[in-house]
Design a protein around this ligand. Structure first.
Ligand code: HPA
Ligand code: ZN
Length: 330
């Protein structure tokens, strides 16, 4: 669906399509665990978050040079633009690259080569959000924040991703305090596989402004009430939830009930190369499976811009919001 929207939950490494993965593997002389793109697509049957993460980290080893990161981001931006994305706040996972000897400069400069020209080339404004891997240590996260020092003018905020259960937000209190002191915006994955308490902790201990996923808030009515009252945006990813078996079926996704409850929901793609669709595909999917009407879809699009970190360019946000209101569903 080409309804104008902001994408707020998108891991750039999760946009690595099989064709590009094999092309980069050949270019860099990296061997992949699967023989061809068909075998790779076979491997996309996930049991849970960890089974996805295993493949996600294995495949991203093809990313080695600035040009690889540029090609990855440029391909994503072209696809996103074709699906109505007007603004993208893009996660990246530097620790997964630093551990392989790929430097922070290679990653950020490479991504920036695509992001810097994105408004002109694709009509998509962008921001970059650096994620910490929560299954790595707090010390490693702090070292990663230090390594990002020379590139902070290109990084809008920090996030928290990877295996959730057993790695509560409070583990990263100090690194989030340091990030806040540097003027970085804060988000975190919480309540995807982890319990509702992780959502509360992300808000109270890490000071996050948005919660990524946040789906399991529905298990705690008092938490829902708080999220509604404080207008905390949730970056939901419906197709991801189905593929990672966070929900049984798309038709059973709680999104309509969450909107009815007054939660500030947004719809995003998470890792589109792995989960079966980009932002517009996720909108199409919830429209089809959940029967959301035009005003609900417009609300989701409006929320995406309101929840974005466009505070530094309110004129641009206002322009996007006007596009949402003017959109004709036909
Ligand atoms: N959840 C947690 N970590 C991730 C994800 C996700 O969906 N995608 C990439 N890293
Ligand atoms: Zn995610």
């Amino acid at each position: 669906m080409s309804l104008p929207k902001a994408e707020l939950h998108l891991h750039i490494e999760g946009t690595l399509e099989p064709d590009l993965a094999f092309a980069l593997a050949a270019r860099n002389g990296v061997e992949l665990p699967c023989a061809d793109t068909d075998a790779l697509r076979e491997a996309y049957r996930f049991q849970d978050l960890q089974s996805f993460l295993d493949l996600y980290y294995a495949l991203m080893t093809v990313l080695r040079t600035e040009r690889d990161f540029e090609d990855l981001a440029d391909a994503y931006l072209a696809r996103a633009a074709a699906q109505g994305v007007r603004h993208a706040e893009i996660f990246f996972d530097p620790q997964a690259h630093l551990a392989r000897g790929v430097g922070m400069g290679t990653v950020v400069e490479g991504l920036w080569r695509a992001l810097g020209g994105s408004e002109e080339r694709h009509g998509v404004s962008t921001r970059l959000i650096m994620c910490f891997l929560r299954d790595e240590s707090a010390e490693s996260a702090m070292a990663t924040l230090d390594a990002a020092g020379p590139y902070l003018d290109r990084i809008t905020g920090v996030g928290l991703d990877s295996a959730e259960v057993g790695h509560p937000p409070r583990k990263f209190r100090e690194v989030y305090e340091a990030a806040a002191a540097l003027g970085l915006r804060r988000v975190a994955h919480a309540g995807e596989e982890g319990p509702p308490e992780y959502i509360t902790e992300a808000l109270d201990v890490l000071g996050v402004e948005r919660v990524d996923h946040g789906l399991r808030c529905v298990e705690d009515p008092a938490l829902v009430e708080r999220l509604v009252r404080e207008r905390v945006p949730l970056t939901l990813c419906p197709l991801s939830n189905v593929r990672l078996r966070t929900v049984d079926t798309l038709a059973g996704h709680p999104l309509p009930a969450m909107l009815d409850a007054g939660l500030m929901c947004t719809v995003n793609s998470d890792d589109p190369a792995y989960f079966g669709g980009y932002a517009g595909d996720n909108f199409d999917a919830v429209r089809g499976a959940l029967g959301l009407g035009p005003e609900r879809l417009r609300e989701l699009a409006r929320n995406s811009f309101l929840a974005s970190f466009l505070d530094d360019d309110e004129a641009l946000r206002a322009r996007y919001l006007a596009e949402v209101e003017a959109y004709d569903f036909g």
